[in-house]
Ligand binder design. Sequence first.
Ligand code: SF4
Length: 350
Amino acid sequence: MDKSEDILSLNRDEMGAWMQRQGWPRYRGNQLFGALWRQRAATYEQISSWPKELRQTMSERAPFYRLQAVTVQKDRDGTRKILARLWDGQQVEIVVLPHNYGYSVCVSSQVGCNMGCKFCASGILKRTRNLTAGEMLDQVRLANDLISPEDRIISRVDLMGIGEPLDNYDNVIRFIKVAHDSQGFNLGYRHFTVSTSGLVPDIYRLAREHLPITLAVSLHAPNDALRSRLMPVNKAYPIDRLIAASKFYFEETGRRVSFEYALLAGINDSGEMAHQLADLLQGLSCHVNLIPWNPVPEHPFQPSQKKLVEEFQRIVQNRGISCTIRKEMGQDIEAACGQLRRREEELLSP
Ligand code: SF4
């Protein structure tokens, strides 16, 4: 796709400049931005305040494609999982989660993922391409469309779907900045979480953006031997470098770093590991998020017993580190990222 025609990825200023170059007043860019993200117009034809000539010209010069929902699964707890088709036929997953404060959406940043985490469903399908900022924005739009009958809009965005967000750095930052625009989704920076498997140089880069977004580091192991076994990225960026980068992130942004830790039975859930984790995080302003494991058919891991999860939490907390157990959501549907897309592709493959 010609980048100059990727209208969905432009910020409001760029849209104004683009309209001006086409011979229209700059304010038409503001109107277009609001129509695309506030009113969620599906076509130029739906921008009824525009003259017919402008709608026609734009349809010819800058056509855009809206993500199409292929399937929507809804769980009893209100979690929705969407499989959505991109313009080139590729598919991504979007998860919409209900909370007491409203809804959050878990956005995918790549088609597939190359990080190769051993417990992950998404990593089974290798990265095909990065998503553009417009394609990430359109995931939020699609989620908003789904919940709008309830008179709600998305109020939090987690970049925790398929892909390693920091491996698609420029598009992810553009997405966040455009979604923050008050004339669009108007999402405060504090309402974004970017997760990473541990791309240390990009954590430093993100820290230097000085955006008050939450960084969630997928840790999952408290020592290098185990982490390198579970997450190959650890061989390039071992734990001491990851912790140093996380400290820097807090110092630069003032935002407490969240460490994600999925508990796998007999692998990383012992009391000794809990103490190792507490040793590692001493003195760091952070939060530990323990994740009850959702089994993936292709992987051998099993969920830890509830009492072990609680014991793990107790040890970490008693060592003075904030630690919670993530509420299990979407248990009725295939909730591990990548499961839905993979199953669909299995059905489609000969
Ligand atoms: S856990 Fe995240 S980074 Fe790791 S393979 Fe899965 S999608 Fe990629």
